[in-house]
Unconditional design. Structure first.
Length: 270
């Protein structure tokens, strides 16, 4: 059983929802990433989604695009991200870490080496935006050698047939993109999310996380009422943007948002 599976089992037993914050590794400076990861756990994060900087993040809106640009200017590489996770594991061996990114850096490294290095670092899952399951068999096979969970995206437009295919290829949890478009670009429709949750659960018993469009405690609660996990990204990464000249202010700003969301989500199980 992977860390991700264990975490969801623990949360389910407690009647709690998972809070999954996304931040970009190396943004706005590399030195804050690991301390920020620890601070987010203290503020209520159950799983951390760590973005691997990439030059053309097609699924991301301007906030996360700029975060990748800043991290790349700082020289943050895929290997650096592994080192950050490894350092995080020195003090936290329980909180799952999912790498979110794009295929090109993985292909440059090679599937086998990537999976090996991810395992050594202490990574638990990998979400590769531009690798569909039809083309991911070799990569998924390499991840399976190390009990690393491949996580796939389901969109509002995904058909039932394709949902079944995505769910059968995934492990750990599945990620529902709650809006059409890129990150941070649209307003969440909680009724539409509830309808899609029903459709997804017909094809899997895995936990379902929902991301894109969750910006505050209210939207998180609306999603948490029907999903197993709430993924929060752009509103957090925005804090790295506005505080890029004062990196020490990034973590307190992000953690204040997370704490509010955590408190709101916990009222669902109270």
């Amino acid at each position: 059983m992977s860390r991700i599976e264990k975490k969801f089992a623990t949360l389910r037993a407690a009647g709690r929802k998972a809070l999954i914050p996304y931040v970009t590794a190396g943004d706005p400076v590399a030195s804050i990433t690991v301390p920020l990861m620890h601070d987010m756990v203290k503020s209520g994060a159950d799983i951390i989604e760590l973005g691997v900087p990439f030059s053309d993040p097609m699924a991301d809106g301007p906030v996360i695009q700029k975060a990748s640009e800043r991290a790349l200017v700082n020289g943050t590489s895929l290997q650096d991200v592994f080192e950050m996770v490894k350092e995080f594991r020195e003090k936290d061996n329980d909180t799952p870490v999912v790498l979110m990114g794009y295929l090109n850096p993985i292909e440059v490294m090679g599937y086998a080496r990537f999976a090996e290095q991810a395992d050594i670092a202490g990574v638990d899952g990998v979400l590769t935006v531009d690798l569909p399951p039809e083309e991911g068999c070799e990569f998924v096979a390499e991840l399976a050698k190390y009990t690393l969970d491949p996580i796939f995206l389901i969109a509002p437009t995904t058909t039932d047939e394709r949902i079944e295919k995505l769910c059968s290829a995934a492990s750990g949890f599945v990620y529902y993109v709650s809006v059409k478009g890129v990150t941070g670009a649209a307003t969440l429709d909680s009724n539409a999310v509830a309808d899609k949750m029903t459709a997804i659960r017909k094809h899997t018993d895995m936990p379902v996380g929902v991301g894109f469009g969750i910006k505050d405690a209210e939207s998180a609660v609306n999603v948490g009422a029907v999903a197993d996990a709430v993924v929060v990204g752009s509103v957090l990464v925005h804090q790295a943007d506005v505080n890029q000249d004062s990196p020490e202010a990034v973590s307190p700003a992000i953690c204040a948002i997370l704490a509010d969301i955590r408190q709101a989500l916990d009222k669902l199980s109270a």
